[in-house]
Design a protein around this ligand. Structure first.
Ligand SMILES: Cc1cc2nc3c(=O)[nH]c(=O)nc-3n(C[C@H](O)[C@H](O)[C@H](O)COP(=O)(O)OP(=O)(O)OC[C@H]3O[C@@H](n4cnc5c(N)ncnc54)[C@H](O)[C@@H]3O)c2cc1C
Length: 371
């Protein structure tokens, strides 16, 4: 075999896994079609380190989010990656929503998150004088991270471990062979070549379903739908009126968690992301000016100072959803596929939020799975 382990995709998940497995195994290759890491979903998200408040008990999302948050904070401290445990408020702006936030608190407790505080209107006003809430749930351990620095560190550690990261190479075919797989690639000059590997880790994000299909695993339940999330930025000086993450009460099936206020490490404030399933799986990162009114009306419920003209289009990301519109929440799909006849082939499909938070926990899990 040319390689022992091949990781497909250098997003935050592939890089975290590459770092972990190259620490104990020689001949680890990461293959990435772009010329640098993190060019897709991993650089188009809210950069929030979630606390694991919403996900159903026993789900991989809940488990890896709660484990991942602590591992990520530890990692950031160790490698001096910029992060801020700024805290998050989930705000109820109607009487009905008060019941919902009490339910979220219970789900969080079931998931082992015990640091949440219910806050009355006056307490919220004291903490964040510029927002409106009848009641709120405060998560003191939610934070933000500089995702680029995190991925850069994963890359450096992988290379220091002796792992190789091959950019500008797109996986176009996979064949099962004796005790492993043959991977076909196109490089930057559109030259085709192939190599063999004992283990494949499919962390190809938005096209991870296609990678799985290449080897012959077709599964309607794992077909990825592109689900776009757009952001608008809050123009200065109003960005200084909020100092924590502020979330509305989430939708009942967690298709998204509502247009929220995200702060970044540079002091910028964004509103978003919204939830739009795209009709076809196109990489459409445009932000539509036409949505400004909807963002304004949605956020104004808890940001009374907001005026329409305070917003400007910012950026968009695309969620790799295996949850159809209107369906109940679907969990991450993470499996070693021996049961389907593909030993040593590990699929990670539908790694949407909280994938960034969960990255180091997922990497540890994959390392155990393959060893
Ligand atoms: C709008 C939005 C907001 C989010 N907010 C948060 C948040 O606040 N907190 C949080 O924890 N999570 C958040 N997430 C989720 C998080 O961003 C993702 O879970 C995470 O980035 C997924 O990483 P990944 O490595 O699986 O995918 P990606 O970053 O998409 O990486 C996959 C890589 O595979 C490569 N690739 C694909 N096909 C091939 C091929 N054939 N050959 C070679 N390379 C290939 C791609 O080029 C890409 O670089 C958010 C997601 C979105 C969309």
């Amino acid at each position: 075999m040319d390689a022992e382990i091949t990781v497909i995709g250098a997003g935050v998940i592939g890089l975290a896994i590459a770092e972990k497995v190259s620490g104990s195994t020689a001949n680890v290759f990461t293959i990435e079609k772009h010329s640098a890491f993190g060019q897709e979903t991993s650089s188009r998200n809210s950069e929030v380190i979630h606390a694991g408040l919403y996900y159903p008990q026993g789900s991989l999302k809940a488990r890896f989010c709660v484990e991942g948050k602590n591992l990520l904070y530890e990692y950031c401290r160790k490698y001096e990656i910029p992060f801020d445990i700024c805290g998050k408020l989930i705000v109820a702006t109607t009487k009905e929503q008060i019941k919902v936030i009490e339910g979220i608190r219970q789900t969080a407790i079931d998931n082992g998150v015990n640091d949440l505080i219910i806050m009355e209107k006056e307490e919220v006003a004291e903490m964040e004088p510029n927002i409106f809430a009848l009641k709120a749930l405060y998560s003191p351990s939610t934070g933000i991270v500089d995702t680029h620095s995190l991925m850069k560190r994963f890359e450096i550690n992988t290379l220091n471990n002796g792992g190789q990261i091959v950019y500008r190479s797109e996986v176009t075919g996979i064949k099962k062979i004796n005790s492993g797989y043959e991977i076909k690639l196109y490089d930057a000059d559109a030259k085709e070549y192939s190599f063999t590997t004992r283990i494949i880790i499919n962390s190809a994000g938005l096209t991870s379903d296609k990678i799985s299909e290449m080897v012959g695993m077709r599964d309607r339940n794992l077909r990825i739908l592109f689900c776009k999330g757009e952001y608008f930025r809050l123009k200065p000086p109003k960005n200084r009126l909020v100092s924590r993450l502020v979330y509305p009460v989430p939708f009942h099936n967690l298709e998204g968690i509502g247009i929220h206020v995200t702060i970044d490490m540079g002091g910028g404030v964004k509103l978003g992301p919204d939830v739009t399933y795209l009709e076809s799986n196109d990489y459409d990162y445009r932000v539509s000016h036409g949505k400004q009114e909807a963002f304004y009306l949605s956020a104004r419920k808890y940001l009374p100072f907001l005026r329409f003209e305070d917003l400007a289009p910012d950026m968009a990301g695309i969620r790799p959803k295996i949850q159809q519109p209107g369906e109940p929440l679907k969990d991450f799909y993470i499996k070693e596929e021996s049961n389907r006849g593909f030993p040593g082939f590990v699929n990670l499909i539908g790694i949407e939020s909280p994938g960034l938070t969960a990255s180091i926990a997922i990497a540890g899990y994959i390392n155990n799975l393959i060893s």
